[in-house]
Design a protein. Structure first.
Length: 337
């Protein structure tokens, strides 16, 4: 367990923002988390935040889906508990919240468990993935989730939220709503994988990448997904970013069916925000030290030493121009803190 004051968050956000937290604490076990939540300084800072109408604390994963808007005047928590265990021989596994998600994907491949391979190489930790409902290439983590095990900060007990309790939607869950976010801390996630082959190869790029392989294996699918991601998305170690900066907007089919889209329902479609942004001329553009990635306009990047306000300014300009050209509101997918 560690606790540091006025701590730099630079190593804890993939956007590479050099901001500070009033207090940053890491824990490995539930007992350590309980100790931290009973710590005088932490309680004081949490109360200060509550009085300002803010969330009492912010719990991060690996910081791959957030943008700190400036120094954070409160408590940032991070779970260091890692590990994966097989709960039965039917593909039920328990993953500790701090486990790197891609390690889970590789572990599933190594254990011939199907279902997580399309989610390969998504950055971040498993607890955060369950909160965010990470998704790619036709699969979302909710499709695998049986239960999310949490520490209930208000009732001081362990609480098991079922997949239904989690109220999952597109990049949305119960744990993204402020009341629940300040109450539950994910400690582990129970996933149900399949023991027999079930692949989701509908995504055109994936189908194409595997066209030459007559019966792809789990590792083949994982490798194809990794190659697609590496071809389109910047490596945060090289160029600071937080993956898709915006969500794909869900709009009325009747008004927007002429645009490229994914089907959501009879009435609704999802338009790729990356396409909308590219049409507005932003692809590859740089404003100050912030920029729009050359190969995928959905990704905003830190070209080196950008301050949060530079990324936010670029975000606002993009939102404005998409609204002007298409009449569509796009909103950030990353957490702005
Ligand atoms: N497109 C453009 N220009 C661009 C970017 C995209 O025209 O600059 C077009 C593409 O040609 C394609 C369509 O938009 O026809 C969709 O692009 P892509 O397949 O890259 O997927 P996306 O809708 O932009 C979503 C997720 C990604 C996920 C991919 C694959 C969101 C916000 N993003 O992106 O998730 O990897 O689908 O399933 O839903 C993330 O969340 O960080 C992330 C990377």
């Amino acid at each position: 367990m560690t606790k540091s004051y006025n701590a730099s968050l630079l190593p804890y956000n993939t956007f590479g923002m050099d901001v500070k937290a009033s207090l940053f604490a890491e824990y490995e076990t539930l007992a350590e988390l309980q100790t931290l939540l009973a710590d005088e300084d932490i309680i004081r800072l949490m109360n200060q935040q509550r009085e300002k109408g803010e969330l009492p604390f912010w719990h991060i994963g690996s910081g791959s889906n957030l943008l700190f808007k400036g120094d954070y005047p409160g408590v940032v928590l991070h779970c260091l508990s890692r590990g994966i265990s097989l709960l039965n021989d039917q593909g039920l596994i328990e993953v500790q919240a701090g486990t790197t998600w891609d390690d889970v994907c590789q572990w599933c491949v190594d254990h011939s468990l199907y279902g997580a391979e399309n989610l390969s190489l998504i950055p971040g930790e498993t607890g955060a993935g369950a909160v965010q409902n990470i998704g790619a290439y036709g699969v979302e983590i909710k499709d695998l989730i049986k239960e999310v095990v949490c520490w209930d900060v208000e009732a001081s007990c362990v609480c098991r939220l079922s997949c239904e309790d989690m109220q999952y939607g597109y990049r949305a869950s119960l744990l993204k709503q402020p009341d629940a976010k300040s109450r539950y801390i994910v400690t582990s996630v129970i996933l149900q994988l399949q023991t027999t082959p079930v692949f989701h190869l509908e995504y055109a790029g994936l189908k194409q990448a595997l066209a030459e392989i007559p019966s792809p294996t789990l590792q083949d699918v994982r490798n194809a997904v990794i190659a697609i991601r590496q071809g389109k998305l910047p490596d945060p170690k090289v160029l600071g970013n937080a993956g898709s900066f915006f969500k794909n907007p869900v709009v009325a089919r009747s008004a927007y069916e002429h645009l490229p889209h994914y089907d959501v329902s009879d009435e609704l479609i999802k338009v790729p925000a990356g396409w909308l942004i590219e049409q507005c001329g932003w692809k590859g553009k740089t404003v100050g030290r912030a920029g729009v990635y050359e190969k995928q306009s959905l990704v905003l990047v830190n070209r080196g030493g950008a301050r949060p306000e530079e990324i936010i300014y670029l975000c606002q300009e993009i939102v404005k121009s998409v609204k002007e050209k298409f009449g569509i509101d796009i909103e950030p997918e990353v957490n702005l803190i």
